[in-house]
Design a binder for this molecule. Structure first.
Ligand SMILES: Cc1cc2nc3c(=O)[nH]c(=O)nc-3n(C[C@H](O)[C@H](O)[C@H](O)COP(=O)(O)OP(=O)(O)OC[C@H]3O[C@@H](n4cnc5c(N)ncnc54)[C@H](O)[C@@H]3O)c2cc1C
Length: 395
């Protein structure tokens, strides 16, 4: 009997090797290592993308080159490099690269993340840059470099959520020759407490980032953006960070999804329409007793750990307790030399405590670096890497 045959009984396919898919695959390998399971991980690139750092890449910094096959080495997880182009939920198959491979599954882990929603505003799709992956960040970096080389220019960052704030400050710090404007309907850091928000505001001022609040972008043009107020903001470069959508694959396959294309899950992160499919990370519409989860690495990693454990337990005929999670913080970099960390209640509302300055920079860097050591640990030891597990009360 070959190694392949020995593990051919239950086929688990994990779609997407981002933060959550990678953790789910490694954890599954660990939890099912006594055999009877074959795990396959599918991702378009063999390079692991540190999405948390894409604004750094866009601002011209180099990122470490982590290879997915290296991260999986010794685990028995098979890696298929390719893009999933179709999901047949009835036949339980996944098509890779328009038919280059068809992978049958018994259990599917849907970890395809999300992408900026550029379809909602005219011109955004055609003219705006995004931070949707390494290639997109590199394209933005090249455009910014060209503007700087030409002696300066204007950058409009649309959306002042945490990604927009991180991108605007990083670009302003790295490219002082550029005029950066952060445009949003709400105030930057709107979900933070008063003092953290004030620090964020001071950092924007110090870095020369202009802000336009209370104004939705209604159109993106090649050299400007139009606002609902009728104003026009000059933009040699427009960066779109507002709103995300999950890939269409699940909806196209007939799975129940929410308005953003995320798979609607039960309390154990299984699709409510197709229970052999687990959804994790940004692609999951999971609800906690306090409300819906929103896409972050902070909540995504626990969903991945939980889903892997739930699958392994069910394969052994064990009972599974509901997934419980509570947010802890909103960590935001403000360039390379400043940051602000707002500590939060489980429902992501701000507590009194926050960090700023050097302590916050260190904290944020630890957060951004943490997934890689977590993978290393999960490969080698049967430890819980997330404090949030099924059955525990949220904090
Ligand atoms: C600039 C930036 C800063 C951020 N900072 C923070 C932060 O400080 N804290 C925080 O908690 N969150 C942060 N986030 C959000 C965080 O990155 C996401 O919530 C997290 O990446 C979600 O993990 P995921 O595994 O669901 O998706 P991803 O990490 O995006 O992984 C999805 C994977 O699926 C692959 N994929 C997509 N489509 C297909 C397909 N058709 N076939 C095969 N593979 C496919 C992708 O290539 C990717 O590898 C930030 C995001 C950005 C953009």
């Amino acid at each position: 009997m070959t190694h392949q045959d020995q593990y051919a009984e239950h086929r688990i396919v994990v779609l997407g090797a981002g933060y959550t898919g990678m953790l789910a695959a490694l954890r599954l390998a660990r939890r099912t290592r006594r055999g009877g399971v074959r795990i396959t991980l599918v991702n378009p690139s063999a390079r692991f993308t540190e999405r948390l750092r894409l604004h750094q890449l866009a601002a011209g910094q180099e990122l470490a080159d982590h290879r997915i096959p290296d991260l999986l080495a010794g685990t028995g997880v098979a890696f298929v490099q390719g893009t999933v182009t179709a999901l047949d939920a009835r036949a339980r198959t996944v098509t890779v690269d328009e038919g280059a491979a068809v992978l049958p599954y018994d259990t599917l882990v849907y970890a395809l993340g999300s992408a900026p929603d550029t379809a909602r505003v005219p011109g955004a799709d055609a003219h705006a840059h995004t931070l949707n992956g390494r290639d997109a960040a590199l394209a933005l970096a090249a455009r910014l470099r060209a503007l700087v080389a030409a002696g300066g220019g204007t950058v409009a960052v649309c959306g002042a959520g945490l990604t927009g704030v991180e991108a605007a400050t990083e670009i302003a710090e790295a490219c002082p020759a550029l005029t950066v404007t952060l445009i949003s309907t709400g105030e930057p850091g709107a979900l933070m407490g008063e003092r953290a928000r004030a620090h964020l505001r001071r950092a924007l001022d110090r870095l020369g980032v202009r802000t336009r609040t209370g104004a939705a972008v209604t159109k993106v043009l090649p050299d400007s953006v139009e606002l609902a107020t009728g104003d026009v903001v000059a933009a040699d470069v427009c960066l779109w960070t507002t709103g995300v959508r999950a890939p269409r694959l699940a909806a196209d396959a007939g799975l129940e999804v929410d308005d953003s294309g995320r798979i609607v899950t039960d309390r154990t992160l299984r699709s409510v329409s197709h229970p052999e499919v687990y959804a994790v990370g940004d692609a999951a519409a999971a609800r906690m007793p306090w409300g819906p989860l929103h896409g972050t690495c902070q909540s995504g990693m626990p969903t991945a750990q939980y889903a892997a454990d739930a699958i392994a337990r069910r394969l052994r005929g064990r009972k599974v307790e509901p997934f419980r999670f509570g947010y802890v913080h909103q960590p935001v970099s403000l360039g390379r030399h400043d940051a602000v960390i707002q500590f939060t209640r489980p429902d992501d509302t701000p507590r009194r405590a926050y960090l700023r300055g050097r302590a916050a920079v260190l904290y944020k860097e630890t957060v951004s670096s943490s997934p890689l050591p977590v993978y290393w640990l999960v490969k080698r030891a049967d430890v819980n890497v997330s404090p949030f597990r099924g059955g525990r009360a949220t904090r």
